[in-house]
Design a protein around this ligand. Sequence first.
Ligand code: ADP
Ligand code: SF4
Length: 703
Amino acid sequence: MARLPRFDVLFEPIKIGPVTAPNRFYCVPHASGMTNTMPRMRAALRGMKAEGGWGVVCSGYVSVHPTADDSPLPYATLWDDNDIRSHALMTDAVHEHGALAGIELWHGGGSVSNKTSRLPPLSPSGISWMATHVGFMGNQRSKAMDKTDIRNLLRWQAEAARKAKRAGFDIVYVYAGMGYLPYEFLLPEWNMRSDEYGGSLRNRARIVRELLETTRDAVGGTCAVALRISLEELRARPSERAASEAHEAVELLANVPDLWDVKMDSSPTDCAPSRFTPEGSHEPVIEFVKRLTGKPVVGVGRFTSPDTMVSQIKRGVLDLIGAARPSIADPFLPRKINEGREQDIRECIGCNICISSWHDGVPVRCTQNPTIGEEWRRDWHPERFAAAGAESAVLIVGGGPAGLECALTLGRRGYQVSLADAGERFGGRLRFEITLPGLATWGRVLDWRLGQLQRLDNVTLYAGNKLSADEVLGLEHQRIVIATGARWTRRLYSTLELPAGTLEAPNVFTPDDVAAGTHIEGPIVVFDYDNYYLGGALAEFLARTARVTYVTPAGHASAWTIMTNEQPQVHRALANAGVELKTLSLVAGIKDDAVRVTDLFTGAEQTLPCKSLVIVGARSAENELYRLLLARQADWAAAGITSVDCIGDALAPGAIAHAVHSAHRYARELDQPAGREIYRRDSPILESAPLLYDPGSHGVPAP
Ligand code: ADP
Ligand code: SF4
């Protein structure tokens, strides 16, 4: 199929300083959870995006010096020659597909605590970040930078830029955003200096200008110099010289960088979750930049629709369509548009499981794309699949996210697949969950898979079919896959975090009861120790018709959602919905019209009025069918069955991302040679270590 002419503009080459991007698809720097200890995984991840058609593919954040040590978070370094070799793998992987490679050089300033390097963190005036996320907290504060420190910073940037060039990068960044060092200079609350680096905005922006100039001196001529800057806070500040301090800053530096990469200031607004923030949310903050510079501008906004992308360009908001999440959910997004297959784009759902991976310190995961991070270590290509290893017919029981993903991947491999679900509509747990406040976009998990499945002649869908073990044995399929999901339990835990039995009473409910349409009479207590999205979303939903108190042993509502950038907004949503909050508390029992609640630490008891208690706690695998079939193994041969396996929540309950990954892994590995149980493990690059990609003329350190 040919690309639609209205999308032609997206495929125009764009000059960025001395280099030219082959199109307007720009994969902005984003954390991959892969440090320099995983250079091959990182190279394969970024190379896959280039193969998928992104014209520019950037690294994640790369520290220029040990005073910028973000441990235990997974950050990359460019400190020595082995680091050059490590990054050269990525530039070669990206260049192999004709894309440009960008590197985000980074100094964390007073936002880091140098837990590994033990060097004093540096900041403009000795004022550090305040962290509300325990993963970011530290007890080492920063040193106020003197003139020697400023000279050193410029030198480190220049040295790192030269190393970046030797590693083969085409675009080298100065990063003045998100609370990091150059950004700290821009804001007077951090920057209280009385020298030429403090005071007026011209002075506060001096370090950014000098970093850009020093980078250009180091690598200009062959590499483009990009400025990544957060503009949200500056835009909110009045200026005597311009419409805001953001306008003034852009005017001051208008043509100093070759490229403006503009973004928001904090992770929850920058990488905003779809539950609370629509696509294109950066536009009101960054829309003015293009009017004040002649240089190309790139920005993000969870763009997945090519029409929205074209609109951004036509309306003069952006020159290059930046993406982190949409490129994770579908590394082949540009190619699909180019081939007239935009309806095949696997759209990001804005759940931010990807960002949670960085917070967890592990390689990136994605709800929509189970292959992300697995390109090298499991050899998973998002668009290519090994042909079926045998002529088996596969019956999948359960059509939630796991069953759908399994059917799609097996179908693509060429198996004859039957997918049955007890419900009238496929979708499993998500069918109800996407009706909860803010969760509609997550329906893309189902819509995309169902849309793709419809095009496969070898996959047949049977809705409204609850299958028993007898029926499964009679259906003449060789491979049986059980994807029957999980059920919420009424289990409680003690203050020692030990399981403490279940709370059985007629007015104790679970999310499954709410999903089934059971009337839940108010006043309601939602007791949430699952800590992810469902407890908060259910409380908000139930508060539409009843008085709701949300009780949790954690310190915050939906405490784990700090990992997905949702947590601050969950609190706001609950407050707006009139939900009362009771944190650091356990439910101890229920009697008549009251629930007994214990303070987690003091043991003090309290009763809350409650006609219905909804426990959002532990889930347990719904694997009865699986167990029944295992018990009848003696009947398999006569039924022609060679295997019965369990996937997704029926195997081990988890987030949707886990179910999809589990299903994908089963489908990839069916009839494949054994031995894949342990994935390939990456290792740091040492001079003697073999390289995945021949670094050719790009990455070999000069003797
Ligand atoms: P997962 O996240 O692992 O996909 P879900 O709970 O979302 O799990 O989906 C499980 C699906 O399995 C539900 O749609 C449910 O209707 C279906 N199911 C459970 N038991 C059976 C059965 N015996 N026959 C057919 N479908 C079933
Ligand atoms: Fe999008 Fe969620 Fe995948 Fe992140 S994890 S890229 S937010 S679908």
